[in-house]
Each structure stands twice: as C-alpha cells, then as structure tokens.
Ligand binder design. Structure first.
Ligand code: NAD
Length: 431
C-alpha cells in the first residue's frame, strides 16, 4: 500500500502536546456521507471541538457540509489538502472501507489524531501497518465501533467477570434486517455526474473502471470497496464480544451464506453465518438482510454454566432454577418406586415448582440504560477526552485489528470455501 505520509509536513501538534480544558480542538472530516456527518455532529456536541475542514469526492456533500456548518468551512475533494493544514488537530475518517488504512496512516504521519470508522482495515495485510503508524507517531487512534463504549456491554462485561453466568461456553450474536436501506440500497443523487464526482479518487487503489455512480453510493455492495457483512457488521459483533469477554480473538473461523434476496448486481452475500472457536467457548454469528422482522434486531446471548446474559436495548440476566424436577422417565418405574421417589423428592424440595411466569420474573434481572443514552456520543466523548488528557483509548489500532481480522477472515472463509486459522496474539492468519 502506497503512503504519502512521508512527503507531508507535520501537523501543528508536537508529540506530547496537550490541550488544556479551554483549548479548542480543531478537526476535519474525511468522507461526509451518512456516518461521517453523524460522526461530525457527535464530535461537535462536545464542548471545545470545532470543525474546520471537510473532504469528499462528491461535490454535493461538500455543498451540504457548508450548508450545515458554514461558508467558512474549508472543503476539498483531496483529503491530502486537509492533512497539510496546520489548523487541523484530528480527523474523522468515514470513507468507504478501502480507504481507511491509507487515510489513517497518512493522517497519523501528518501528525493528526484519528477517529477511524470501522472496520479499521479492508484487507488483513493492512492491519499491522496501521498499528505501526499509530505506535510510531504516538498519535491517538480510535476505531469507530461505538458499541465498544456502550454501557450495555460494560454491564454485560461486569456480570461475566463477576461470575454471574458461571463459565462461558457459547455466544450467539445476530443482526436481522428486512429493508432495502438495511440491505445497503442507498440513494443515488440525480447530480451524480463525472463533473460532480472525483471518480479516480473514489477508486483509489481499487481496480480502475469507468464511471458508474451506483458503485460509489452503494459501495458496500462491492468487494472492491467494502467488506461485505463480515467487515461491515460482524466486526461490530466481534468488537462487542471482545469487550464483554476480554478475549483477544478466535483460533478458527468458518463462514457460509449466500446472496438470497437482494440480487441487485452486488457481489457480496446478504445472508451470512459464521462459527468462531475462542479459547473456552464457541461463537455463532448471523446476519440476514431479508429476515421478516418488523424492525432491525441486534443482540447477543452469552451462555454460561450458571445462566445466560442477553443483550439488546437492555441487558437481561437469566438464572436457571437450582433444583430439578424428577426426570421424565419416572413413570417407567413400578408404582411403589415412583411413590417412594416422589416422597423423598418432596422432603428435599418441599415447595411446588413455580409457574413458568413466576420463574421468569424471579429469575430474570434486567438492566436498562438511562433514557436518551447514546453509545455513539459516549464513544466520541472517550476519543475527544483522550486527546485532551493524552491518555490511551480502549478501541485503539490493536483492538481495531483484533476485531477486523476475524471479521475479514469470515469473508475469506466464505469466498474461498475454507476454514481459516488465526493467531489472535500475533494477529495473523495461520497456514
Ligand atoms: N459505526 C457505525 O455504526 C457505522 C455506521 C455506518 C457506517 N459506518 C462506517 O462509516 C464509513 C462510511 O460509511 P457511510 O455509511 O457513511 O458511507 P457513505 O457512502 O454514506 O459515505 C462515504 C463518503 O465517503 C466519500 N468518499 C469516497 N471516497 C473518498 C475519498 N477518497 N476521499 C474522501 N471522501 C471519499 C463518499 O463520497 C461519501 O460521501 C464506512 O467505513 C462504514 O463502515 C459505521
């Protein structure tokens, strides 16, 4: 991967420099689409942050950025013009996945702190280069899987650590969708012309091809630019899994699936299932883009020897009843033996078993986040707070690659029809 970093002058932040509580942190946005604009809004909700520049390859989004954030905003189609600016301390990278590694490395080398959307990299071989750039430059890099900061996962982690479900033996995680937007059929604007779009800059290192705006506005549907369900969505599940369990990654990954419904020219599946072997437990991941659900559903079940934690909008801890009823084979014993058995059993467990409803309410503990809680805002608070305090973040480049690696291996497994092996410590595929 080519990097332009070395040719760029350093940014305005010297190593070890700090922002005081009153200092402004000036940032730029690279990739002003759906998530980029959302990230910029989150960053701007934090006092002391100021957006000074925006880069995007589509003019419409630069115009929109000025409509939203003022005519003085510096806008460009070439993100490198942002990196040479001394008034930019940090950048948010929210471009299609095939640009993440290169732009993150260029930004770090230019002295900028980086908030990089997930997945941190599009290809396995890019992971270590981003980690090295982060470590070499000493700048802060946080990957944008906001659920990593979520109090839902923090609560689940606390419960797992406290032994609330005993020994973890299996984790299931899923994301079910049902709509065209959920399946990445995003809008293509009527002014998507070669004049309004810097097509070659969108393509970057991807294979050269003639102008075809659907590939820009629905880039997720093409392997040249996106990372399919693996990198786009499994990565969220794997990030959450690593936060809750503290695991570094799986040793084996197998995925299957297919293009079942959204046959719109995409070259990635819309149903995907993956099995991952973690030390001490197994993981099953599932995403379906045509799953007949009324609303998107997203959750985890952490299954242990003593109970289950289910996460979604809240965290539910369920403990099984301690005593068990006499087994179903009791009616096969002679009548006298049955009576003897039941009488001894009742001495041991004098109470009748509770009704299923009572059992549910007695054995379930629910943790609900405060109203209005937003993990995305929190994730930004962590990043911008870390810049002010010069302290490390949880979802740094190493964490980001430990999540992206197995997610990308799920794609490799699917497309190459093989089981993949992974060394989570060394962060590399094993032959
Ligand atoms: N954390 C989350 O929950 C979450 C949610 C959605 C998207 N994302 C991530 O955010 C990133 C962007 O996704 P999106 O949904 O906003 O896509 P999008 O298509 O809406 O936005 C991408 C933008 O990048 C621009 N772009 C393309 N190449 C560029 C380049 N070389 N330089 C500058 N701009 C360029 C495009 O014109 C577009 O405006 C992806 O990596 C995606 O995985 C994360």
């Amino acid at each position: 991967m080519e990097s332009i970093g070395a040719a760029l002058p350093a940014g305005n932040l010297g190593a070890g420099s700090r922002f005081s509580a009153n200092d402004q942190i000036q940032f730029a946005l690279i990739g002003a689409g759906g998530m980029g604009m959302g990230d910029a809004r989150m960053a701007l909700s934090i006092p002391g942050n100021r957006l000074v520049a925006v880069a995007d390859v589509y003019n419409g989004r630069l115009t929109r950025a000025r409509e939203l954030w003022g005519k003085d905003l510096f806008v460009t189609r070439d993100y490198r013009e942002i990196l040479v600016r001394s008034d930019v301390d940090a950048v948010i990278i929210a471009t299609p996945d095939h640009w993440h590694a290169r732009q993150a490395i260029d930004a770090l080398e230019a002295g900028k702190h980086v908030y990089c959307e997930k997945p941190m990299v599009q290809k396995l071989e890019q992971g270590k280069a981003v980690i090295a750039a982060q470590q070499r430059t000493g700048r802060i890099l946080q990957v944008g899987s906001q659920y990593v900061t979520s109090i839902i996962y923090q609560k689940a982690r606390e419960l797992v650590r406290a032994g609330a479900i005993g020994e973890l033996n299996m984790v299931e995680a899923w994301l079910d969708r049902n709509t065209a937007l959920g399946a990445w059929q995003y809008s293509v604007p009527p002014d998507a012309t070669p004049e309004n779009i810097d097509w070659d800059r969108f393509l970057g290192d991807a294979p050269k091809r003639p102008f075809e705006p659907v590939r820009l506005f629905r880039w997720r549907n093409y392997r040249d630019y996106g990372t399919g369900i693996g990198g786009d969505l499994f990565v969220h599940l794997i990030s959450g899994l690593h936060v809750v369990t503290g695991a570094l990654g799986p040793s084996r990954v197998f995925a299957t699936g297919g293009l079942r419904y959204w046959k719109d020219g995409r070259d990635v599946p819309d149903v995907m299932l993956a099995l991952l072997d973690y030390p001490g437990f197994n993981v099953a991941l599932r995403v379906n883009f045509k799953s007949s659900v009324a609303q998107e559903q997203f959750g985890f079940r952490f299954v242990g020897s003593e109970g289950i934690i289910q996460t979604g909008p809240s965290v539910v801890l369920t403990k099984p009843p301690r005593e068990s009823e006499p087994g179903y084979t009791i009616s096969t014993f002679p009548r006298a033996i049955q009576e003897q058995f039941l009488s001894e059993y009742r001495k041991k467990y004098p109470q009748l078993p509770p009704s299923p409803e009572r059992m549910r309410s007695e054995q379930e503990t629910r943790f609900v986040p405060p109203q209005g809680y937003d993990a995305h805002v929190e994730h930004h608070r962590v990043f911008w707070g870390a810049l002010r305090e010069q302290k490390p973040v949880v979802e740094d480049a190493v964490f980001g690659f430990r999540a992206a690696g197995p997610a990308l291996l799920a794609n490799i497994s699917y497309f190459e029809n093989r089981v993949c092996r992974w060394d989570p410590e060394a962060m590399q595929e094993v032959a």
